[in-house]
Design a protein around this ligand. Structure first.
Ligand code: NDP
Length: 379
């Protein structure tokens, strides 16, 4: 079997060979170690601006191909796919360059800063016949997929309300607070996308309008971004989703889905470093369930490699990333103008289902080099 992708070259179909680009906190604690758990994928290259990290991590993972950003083209020549773990404002450029070189792209969330960026990524991937996936790890995670099934089953009745809080303390100096919102900084791009994405996959619809307010403590940490933003999203069928995401509060990761007959609370809901939990109340009965912790990164890498090997469009595709980014933009516009912002309708696309559940065992937590956790490690 041959694969589409790199122009004019036939490659081994056994394993997809990856370069991980950007060796910050997430790459070191979750992405690089995940390759030990992916039979159809192989880590062959890393790309980093930090020579000490390149040396140490190259040695640790036994890699021949270790590159700076200036050598990105060389990295692209050595691999089938890139996993982009860069700050949000760099996703577009590095994805477009990879796709143009015929290299498949797995890109961290949020997909990019603007809808135009997202469309450029989708178009370049399409015209170069490469796969593009946004790393929505929860689309393969049992707790979320069971929540989707529960919502679809009717056991909660008619699902009317989604409500969520996702917060953590982000340290001064972290790229999440040093980049302006116009450049992809701030809690809505970083954490709000999880709440937006969950509301969309639980309601299985797109919001028609959003209304948002931001609030800031004074202080240098939040000079460039909002400390927190609260949002109301109106969905078809007279349903409402509300959420608050914050960089200035203790770690909370929770959503509730409330129907005419019952309530599901997921807490923690969005994390990768701890077991996720559900509490379901229907009528008089309440039951709780703790889901086993899995390696969510190994899962999504394996799934993406499988899509590449089978020449199949991933779910979540670039369109899924775009659907969230347009809502993030509308939220910031609403917070600025203090008015509700209407969203045009979107064509129906695939949404995650229980069929996407894949489980890979969890791994221990590696020590990081020159990479600070923003704190909660969830987003
Ligand atoms: P970090 O700030 O820890 O790391 C980003 C890395 O990008 C840096 O360490 C650096 O690596 C590289 N980089 C290249 N250019 C720049 C630049 N101009 N400014 C800053 N860094 C640069 O961020 P995270 O690892 O936490 O996040 C990276 C991406 O992953 C983001 O898109 C984020 O939204 C996403 N993310 C996803 C999570 C999930 O659960 N799916 C969790 C956390 C983050 P180097 O020194 O090697 O060049």
């Amino acid at each position: 079997m041959s694969r589409k992708g790199r122009k004019g070259k036939e490659k081994s179909t056994k394993k997809i060979r990856y370069a991980v680009v950007g060796l910050g906190h997430l790459a070191q604690v979750a992405v690089l170690p995940a390759f030990a758990n992916t039979p159809n994928s192989e880590l062959v290259a890393i790309v980093s601006g930090d020579p000490a990290k390149r040396r140490a991590l190259g040695r640790k993972y036994g890699l021949k191909h270790v590159y700076s950003y200036d050598e990105y083209d060389k990295a692209l020549a050595a691999v089938d796919a890139v996993y982009l773990v860069l700050p949000n404002h760099l996703h577009r450029d590095y994805a477009v360059r990879a796709a143009t070189a015929g290299v498949h792209v797995l890109c961290e969330k949020p997909m990019a800063v603007t809808e135009e960026d997202c469309k450029a990524m989708i178009e370049t991937a399409d015209s170069n016949h490469v796969q593009l996936m946004i790393a929505y790890r929860l689309h393969f995670e049992e707790a979320n997929l069971e929540a989707i099934e529960l919502a679809k089953s009717g056991k909660l009745g008619n699902v009317r309300i989604f409500d969520s809080v996702f917060s953590q303390q982000v340290m001064a100096g972290n790229v999440r607070v040093t980049e302006l919102v116009q450049n992809g900084g701030g809690p809505v791009y970083d954490m709000g996308v999880y709440c937006i994405n969950a509301a969309r996959y639980l309601f299985r619809a797109e919001p028609t309008s959003v209304l948002a307010f931001s609030a800031n403590h004074t202080g240098r940490r939040f000079e460039r971004v909002d400390e927190m933003t609260s949002v109301v999203m109106r969905f078809p069928g007279e349903r409402l989703a509300t959420f608050t995401c914050s960089f200035g509060a203790a770690h909370v990761s929770r959503y509730s889905l409330i129907g005419t007959k019952g309530l599901l609370t997921a807490e923690p809901a969005y994390d990768y470093s701890m077991a996720l939990k559900h509490r379901i109340t229907i009528g008089e009965r309440t039951k709780s369930k703790t889901f086993r912790k899995h390696d969510q990164f190994a899962t999504q890498i394996s799934y993406f490699s499988d899509c590449v090997l089978r020449d199949r469009e991933p779910e979540p595709s670039g369109w899924e990333g775009l659907a969230d980014v347009r809502i993030v933009r509308a939220i910031y516009e609403s917070a600025k103008t203090q008015r509700a912002v209407k969203l045009p309708s979107l064509p129906a696309r695939k949404r995650p289902t229980l069929r996407q559940a894949i489980q890979r065992p969890a791994h221990g937590k590696p020590r990081t080099l020159h990479a600070e956790s923003p704190s909660g490690e969830a987003a």
